[in-house]
Write a protein that binds this ligand. Structure first.
Ligand SMILES: C[S@@+](CC[C@H](N)C(=O)[O-])C[C@H]1O[C@@H](n2cnc3c(N)ncnc32)[C@H](O)[C@@H]1O
Length: 229
């Protein structure tokens, strides 16, 4: 499996080339909370998949991430969109550089998993810290929305085993609601599909993409949301 931390540090542009082939998630988010006028924070914002969709309707948007190279692309995209209601900052999920009670909506896409997978030492404490920080930064009545993988290469949910305890904690311990959606990749052709799948997901999935000459790679994503009391 490729080293994702190195990818986020050194190959942000190729990561962006890959996720740009997936559907826009604005309407999915707006089904949970209408965005207009909200102060939004995107933690683990990466190259701005969620930030770029949310910023145009938000009052303000702060994009945070551990990898500066990823945030450079987010900033470039927000600037190119002609927006001036945003900022980006390097930060870890466990220590958000934001005032308490300063956000209406906090989103995190495919990111908290890097601290909350059972393969990570202290994953339960990490998760407790992240949820604690999110609750501190949210205003009363605010909302948190998390996206995580439910399986790439699958048409129905098939989440990785090492994420199941994290997902169970979200619903059973923290009280999140949950649903899933399809986030398929629509590549230009089978060669692009194989190249980008190999880059991020590794040889096993890329060999299947190549053998089946797929240009559409199915994927399922879970959405968890909560309005803390
Ligand atoms: C799979 S990418 C997702 C990026 C973006 N949210 C998206 O939907 O495309 C995961 C991102 O989480 C960031 N990340 C991983 N661990 C983090 C942590 N502990 N604190 C902050 N960001 C983290 C990585 O740098 C990377 O940009």
């Amino acid at each position: 499996m490729p080293n994702h931390e190195a990818i986020y540090r050194e190959e942000a542009a190729q990561y962006h080339e890959m996720i740009a082939r997936q559907p826009d998630l604005l309407s999915v988010i707006e089904e949970i909370v209408p965005l207009r006028g909200l102060d939004v924070v995107d933690i683990g914002a990466g190259t701005g998949r969620l930030s770029a969709a949310l910023a145009p309707a938000a009052n303000s948007l702060v994009a945070l991430d551990a990898a500066e190279a990823m945030l450079d692309i987010t900033a470039e995209r927000l600037r190119a969109a002609g927006l001036d209601n945003w900022s980006v900052r390097v930060a870890d999920h466990r220590e958000l550089p934001l005032q308490g009670g300063s956000a209406d909506l906090i989103v995190a896409g495919w990111s908290v998993c890097y601290l909350a997978s059972v393969n990570v030492p202290d994953w339960e404490r990490n998760l407790e810290q992240v949820i604690g920080e999110i609750k501190r930064v949210l205003r009363p009545g605010g909302t948190i929305i998390l996206f995580e993988t439910m399986g790439t290469g699958y048409e129905t949910p098939s989440p990785p085993e090492f994420l199941l305890p994290y997902y169970r904690k979200l619903t059973d311990t923290y009280g999140f609601s949950h649903r899933w959606i399809r986030t398929d990749y629509e590549f230009d052709d089978a060669d692009q599909a194989e190249r980008l799948t190999r880059f991020f997901f590794g040889d096993e999935l890329a060999d299947r993409v190549a053998a089946d000459k797929l240009s559409r790679l199915p994927e399922c994503a879970g959405i968890w949301w909560l309005k803390p009391r």
